[in-house]
Design a protein around this ligand. Structure first.
Ligand code: PHE
Length: 457
């Protein structure tokens, strides 16, 4: 275990290196207070704790609740499209959840990568920042008095750094339940499908008529026909959602004066099969937008065990989906970098107003500064790419525009691995000086040396 020591902020790396003890284990716990306070609760930290203070700060922002923020405007837009269709809207869930809610109840296997400390922010061994809105499915199934519900919330994942990834983002979960005991149940399902507003979207779906097979099976407690009808209801609901959002994106781009050819093409989506621990069969929708397929939303028929875990009776069945809001809001509002959502600069925030899809007008593009960092990893290193991302973010905050692993090789004689990351530092709001970047960059280097046994090359 690493001992705490006080080091001046900027020391020469060489002198630091010579003083360092050799260790290979990660030593997170030394950096965290004994208790973390969040939303009125206190969490005792332990060897699982890995949520840095700047991430805890983000939990206070609640961008989806701000009616004048692009994320809040998008949430409103989707809610307004579904307002009379039998859904309850939940927007107030706090971000700390248990591992039971986020994983166990949903049937995540023990070795699922989502559970690892390199992917997820843990408050401690039992509590984490939710990695998806599905963590609240169970309480909503129990609480909800309408056939369906939507949950919108901020979610957190340790992730790479680039213009479309940020450790905090937003998801909207949708779900819908029926009872098999409904008189003429299958006819009712057909009626419910017919009541979903029609769209003129072009749909590619190779498995619409036969959505289940051994690789993506039907659950035993429903018939083939029921699985097919529920899948169609799910897919048409998502197609309606996607249609509304992307048609709005198209209109706003045209209003902003864009004449790009994609704006006149009909909207095209395709369904691909997917796998989630708590749905079967499972699907994903991709939207053809600006010449590429955009992954949009995972979904499926909810496993009966999840419904039973939530306290529902065994006649219940239904679907769920989860859609990421940030990438879509970037398209809708023409926002080039996901960090802008978190900007407190009025030149950003004053551009958006409740109910309006305005195209973002960049106030300036400040130049970035590239810095490389190359090091040898010790033989038994547990350094994960996301750890490097985390150290960069901890010191650079939103000045980290991107971090890319640009080179990696293994020395033929020593067997040691070398990695080189390129960090682009860039501010959305101002010009950066070389001096301030040097200070930040050496903190990142020092931290990597301190916490992992790397030797800077
Ligand atoms: N929670 C999943 C995700 O984050 C999406 C999902 C929601 C999939 C509901 C199936 C059902 O990717």
């Amino acid at each position: 275990m690493r001992t705490a020591k006080i080091v001046p902020l900027v020391t020469s790396l060489r002198s630091r290196l010579s003083q360092l003890p050799v260790w290979t284990a990660r030593a997170y716990s030394t950096k965290y207070p004994q208790e973390i306070q969040l939303d009125g609760q206190s969490y005792k930290t332990d060897e699982w704790t890995n949520v840095p203070p700047y991430i805890l700060e983000l939990t206070k922002r609640q961008l989806h609740q701000n009616p004048n923020h692009p994320i809040g405007i998008l949430r409103d837009l989707i809610q307004s499209n579904f307002k009379d269709l039998g859904y309850t809207f939940y927007n107030n869930f706090k971000p700390a959840v248990t591992t039971v809610e986020n994983f166990d109840i949903l049937g995540f296997p023990q070795d699922h990568p989502g559970r690892s400390k390199s992917d997820t922010y843990y408050l401690n061994k039992t509590h984490l920042l939710r990695t998806h809105t599905s963590a609240h499915e169970h309480e909503c199934f129990l609480d909800c008095k309408t056939p369906g519900y939507f949950i919108t919330a901020d979610v957190y994942r340790r992730d790479e750094i680039d213009r479309t990834h940020y450790p905090a983002f937003h998801q909207m979960e949708g779900a819908r339940i029926w009872s098999k005991d409904t008189p003429n149940f299958e006819e009712q399902l057909v009626k419910d499908i017919e009541s979903i507003p029609k769209t003129n979207i072009i749909v590619e779906d190779p498995v619409r008529d036969a959505p289940t097979h051994p690789g993506n099976p039907k659950q035993d407690y429903m018939t083939e026909k029921q699985a097919q009808l529920i899948s169609i209801h799910l897919k048409k609901t998502i197609e309606f959602l996607v249609h509304n959002v992307f048609e709005t994106a198209r209109e706003s781009a045209k209003l902003a004066g864009s004449t790009e050819p994609y704006l006149n093409e009909p909207l095209k989506v395709r369904w691909v099969e997917a796998y989630f621990p708590w749905t079967s069969p499972s699907f994903e929708i991709e939207v053809w937008w600006k010449g590429e397929w955009l992954e949009c939303c995972g979904s499926g028929i909810v496993n009966q065990q999840v419904l039973l875990n939530a306290g529902l009776t065994d006649d219940k069945l239904g679907w769920a989906f989860g859609i990421g809001l940030d990438r879509i809001a970037m398209l809708l509002f023409g926002i080039p970098d996901i960090r802008l959502f978190w900007s407190l600069d009025e030149r950003f925030s004053l551009q958006f107003q409740q109910g309006k899809i305005a195209t973002f007008v960049p106030y300036s593009k400040y130049p970035g500064i590239d810095r490389d960092i190359s090091f040898w990893l010790p033989g038994d290193s547990v350094l994960h790419e996301n750890d490097v991302m985390e150290y960069v973010r901890s010191h650079a905050g939103d000045l980290a525009e991107s971090v890319v692993l640009i080179d990696e090789f293994v020395h033929p004689k020593t067997g040691k691995k070398s990695q080189c990351y390129r960090i682009n530092y860039q501010s959305m709001d101002r010009s950066l000086t070389r001096d301030e970047i040097n200070v930040i960059h050496s903190k990142v280097e020092n931290d990597l040396v301190d916490n992992f046994d790397v030797s800077i090359r």
